[in-house]
Design a protein around this ligand. Sequence first.
Ligand code: AMP
Length: 210
Amino acid sequence: MNLILLGAPGAGKGTQAEVISRELGIPQISTGNILREAVKNGTECGLKAKSFMDAGGLVPDDVVIGILKDRIAEDDCRNGFILDGFPRTVVQAEALEKLGVAIDKVLEINVPDDEIKARVGGRRVCESCGASYHIQYKPTKVEGICDKCGGRAVQRKDDAPETVVERLKTYHQTTAPLSEFYKNRGKLTVINGQSSVDETSALVLDALKA
Ligand code: AMP
């Protein structure tokens, strides 16, 4: 099953992608995590991406499409994958089609902007494996330490309030049109993401069975 998770930054895509990945045994592919790793390692791609990420904008399509193309060609994607944070532009969605990637379902997790702004301050991400946490809604067992790999669970630099406002603007202008794109292809299911993590997961898993 090839899946796409859409939704604003902080809507819970990463958290729900982890749940689906466990349930279906297919990998979660987060372009944000791949890019953060590239920035941390100072690779050429990371150097290109950093200024866009720090400003709350999007990394150029050609860079991200290249990353995605390489990642889905890896062996663990044979039986499917969950795209978390890709596509973010119509050009990226069209690139997937040009690559001949058949998408089975697109789930959009819907959370109003005011709630996103309130939530994002509590978000933490593991520096090593990229696992998602929230100090209130999904805390680590030991404060600041990733449950999965023991890495440091830290606040992302681009979760600062002023950058979040910019990221939400980018989302509404550039990424939100993808709802229409996938609705027109009969692939879209919209999920209310305002409840607890577990309740949202139940809705997500139901949508996958439908
Ligand atoms: P995320 O972790 O998904 O919120 O992504 C963090 C940042 O990485 C975004 O704000 C963008 O700057 C960049 N990014 C991640 N995925 C993409 C994408 N598909 N297209 C362009 N930029 C992306």
